[in-house]
Design a protein around this ligand. Structure first.
Ligand code: ADP
Ligand code: ADP
Length: 541
């Protein structure tokens, strides 16, 4: 085995390669004897956005606590006398030196956005307006509220707003501060692509005035757009983490995807993650799972109305569902599941649907293994282990309580629970939220393989373009005006679907010349204009 996989390799590595060993040098910080060690630190740069790309549990928060002067690094001497002098010596002559010196003079102020925004209501009792009022140190709050579309929830209690709204409120609260150093731990969960791009733009604009930004992000298309330089983090979650010196964003992401870090001469994964420049040829479709007629559904007295054109969903396929938030995607899933009745058009599909919602609420005081074994009799069989437990890395969480799981762990358990149900149609709403790139690829493999092996169909709603690209056979595209009206076209092939979806967003992707990875074009650039003229928004070959 290679250290990532326990038994069967989900990446189908032909050759098993030894993955990273802990470095043979002093760490920057070690929490205790045999405890987590961190090697290297990210180097925030004035006027720049610095990205960190890597798995959860690898020391990113530890690094930021050091840069925020909350932890004095001990250079591995965990029971010795701590002090900054030897640390300054260690980093003399590097990009970090002036930052660490500023930290010593207490000249650096820090603003931070936490990773799990869902925790905010536990710590704040009041409405959005009250929360944001405390943060307006730069006098820009009104503009942030406008651009992040927070207006409609200003007078709502914080514990009543959705995850996507909380994410935008948390972004506004952080960016409104007057700080030298901003740390944003994941900006995209629960946001649609338009909102992700707005957040990226706001962060970029704030780097003027010599402020520095450090951003952890797992949506690679957004990270690429946002960051000026990139540190890759690797290691063994919970045991040790290495943060590389800065790389160019392009090389950093390419090396990360290829699984091999060139300067470090380090293989971090047996296989490369690869993208097709050509739209996949439409494979001969399996039997129809459901042919649905045109349907309409509205809520209240027509505050929101959804129109769905009739279409066919095939057995054995993974159907990607794309479109903005608040446009009726979940409503459509609920209609298919028979949990909602349409106003017109009859949907007599009789489908057994297993549903993973966008906002996961599992709060039973129950262990993960007990919870999963209550869902399926296959729990613990070698087949279930290979298909579900291993790709979703459930081993380390089996004995924990559902209520103690981190957001990323809860996501993996919820995906496993959804796939473990016996159903005709598996609907997964934003499976990428809070899981890292590695876990997204593994979850993608698990979902795809599950659909193939069970003649099952999966409908996956997600806003991570790379994940949709790796996952979907066809696309179901939603458009309209969020919270007012939504419209769904019939499912189409990837090329047509991407073109429709991205034309609506006015975004084109080019291809990295070396590895063919899709990259968002600068609006108005020559390529952007050419591709729009040709009507090719995503696949360029
Ligand atoms: P990340 O932000 O990349 O998810 P963290 O820096 O939060 O990672 O944590 C890295 C590792 O350090 C984890 O295994 C965590 O349990 C451990 N850790 C964090 N804080 C402490 C602490 N105060 N004492 C001991 N171990 C800690
Ligand atoms: P999406 O999944 O695309 O984010 P939804 O289907 O969840 O969109 O919601 C579409 C719109 O319908 C939103 O404006 C939402 O607030 C509204 N909505 C959803 N469920 C209900 C309901 N039960 N009653 C009234 N309005 C609802």
């Amino acid at each position: 085995t290679c250290g990532i996989c326990v038994e069967k390799c989900p990446f189908d590595a032909i050759e098993i390669i030894n993955l990273p060993q802990e470095l043979d040098e002093e760490p920057v910080h070690r929490y205790g004897e045999n405890a987590f060690s961190l090697y290297g630190l990210p180097a925030p740069e004035a006027g720049k956005v610095t990205g960190i790309l890597g798995p959860n549990g690898i020391g990113k928060t530890t690094a930021v606590r050091i840069l925020a002067n909350e932890i004095t690094p001990n250079l591995g001497d965990w029971d010795g006398a701590a002090g900054w002098e030897p640390v300054l010596d260690e980093f003399r002559g590097t990009e970090l030196q002036s930052f660490l010196e500023g930290l010593q003079e207490e000249a650096i102020t820090v603003a931070r956005k936490p990773q799990y925004v869902d925790q905010i209501p536990k710590r704040f009792d009041g409405n959005t307006r009250e929360l944001l009022a405390q943060t307006d140190e730069r006098g820009v709050l009104d503009e942030l509220i406008e651009r992040l579309s927070i207006g409609p929830v200003m007078d709502q209690p914080i514990d009543s707003i959705s995850g996507g709204e909380l994410q935008r409120v948390a972004l506004a609260a952080t960016l409104a501060r007057d700080a030298d150093f901003y740390f944003l731990d994941e900006i995209t969960p629960y946001l649609d692509i338009g909102q992700r791009m707005t957040a990226a733009r706001l962060i970029g604009e704030l780097t003027g005035d010599d402020r520095s930004m450090l951003v952890v992000e797992h949506d690679l298309a957004i990270l690429d757009l946002l960051a000026d330089s990139l540190h890759v983090a690797y290691g063994e979650p919970g045991a040790y983490g290495v943060i590389t010196p800065p790389k160019s964003v392009k090389n950093g992401i390419n090396e990360y995807l290829s699984g091999y870090l060139e300067n470090e001469n380090m293989r971090i994964r047996p296989n490369a993650i690869e993208f097709e420049e050509h739209a996949p040829r439409s494979v001969s479709a399996g039997d129809a799972l459901v042919e649905y007629p045109a349907i309409e559904k509205s809520y209240g007295d027509g505050e929101f109305s959804l129109t769905v054109e009739g279409g066919t969903i095939h057995e054995n396929e993974v159907l990607g569902v794309v479109g903005p938030n608040g446009i009726g995607k979940s409503t459509f899933a609920e209609l298919l599941a028979g949990n909602l009745d349409p106003d017109s058009g009859s949907l007599d599909a009789n489908l057994d649907v297993s549903y993973k919602p966008q906002y996961i609420e599992i709060d039973q005081p129950m262990r993960v293994d007990a919870f999963l074994s209550s869902i399926t009799n296959d729990f613990g069989s070698s087949y279930w282990d290979t298909e579900i437990a291993q790709p979703l890395q459930l081993d380390s969480v089996m004995e924990q309580n559902l209520t103690d799981l981190s957001g990323g762990e809860r996501q993996r358990v919820a995906i496993a629970a959804c796939l473990s149900e016996d159903a005709d149609l598996y609907v997964l709403d934003e499976p990428s939220a809070h899981i890292d790139v590695e876990q997204r690829v593994r979850a993608t493999t698990a979902i795809r393989r599950y659909a193939e092996n069970h003649d099952a169909t999966a409908l996956v709603i997600d806003h991570d373009t790379y994940m949709i690209d790796l996952l979907a056979d066809r696309l179901l595209v939603f458009d309209g005006e969020p919270a007012r009206s939504g419209h769904a076209s019939p499912p189409v092939g990837m090329r047509e679907g991407m073109n429709r979806f991205l034309a609506d967003l006015d975004v084109t992707f080019r291809r990295d010349e070396r590895v063919g990875r899709p990259r968002i074009n600068k609006p108005g650039s020559q390529l952007d204009r050419e591709q729009k003229r040709a009507g090719e928004y995503y696949y360029t070959a």
